[in-house]
Write a protein of this length. Sequence first.
Lengths: 217, 63
Amino acid sequence: MVSWWKILCIACLTFALIGGFLLPVPALPILHESIRNLYYHVPMWFTMMFLMSVSLYHSIKFLSSNQIRHDLWADLSARISMVFGTLGLLTGMLWARHTWTAWWVNDTKLNGSAITMLAYLAYFVLRNSMDEPQKRARISAVYNVFAYVFMLVFIMVLPRLNDSLHPGNGGNPGFVSYDLDNTMRMVFYPAVLGFILLSWWILRLRIAMSDHKTPTE
Amino acid sequence: MKKLFQLLFMVTPTIALAQQTNSVEMADGLFASGKIYVVVASLAIVLLGLFAYLIYLDKKFSK
């Protein structure tokens, strides 16, 4: 089914790829050309957070309405958020190896993002421990709310309070808002939009695939 | 006043020297030789291939 946002997704990501490599970037020491990783590494995290927000929304909707459909959405959006979180970790580690000469450093943001991933993996462990659908949905929905708050604290709050190597924290220039070069913004914003739309497309597809297998009302 | 001018004469050359030389290495070689287009082309093939797969799945599972 052709939708405007699917076409926009393809357009944004194609532009993010081509522009990401061909358009000029600021020549900064230590980073050199790897600054282009911004267009791919950061959107992974924004997309993960977007999907976690979708998951949270459906968890809360389930708790208020008891419609099992919301539980399906909560579960699948959380699962896909893990994919993007993993890609964020991998792209980040590659970037760290190149610029900080270490795959990992003992840094608040890095540790925080890893702990967030673990918190959500615990959500799946919790789900698997229960057979009865209503009980599973309710208990995991409550946990999902806590996991989301953990995510906010570990990724958004704590890094701002501590010293850090990571761009955007600890007094380092962040690659967002007033720190970002205008040409880079031109590629960065479409990249963020493109990846978020892509995750939405994948989520809807996963839901459709699940309905194909076991229809729920 | 004389001391102030002496101070300024001493400080000014230091300020002039305290500029960073703009010689951060970038991948100019890849751009000049045109190899960057090979990189972009291969990644574009990967990306469009993945999109083709996504569209195939989309057609299969959506009404």
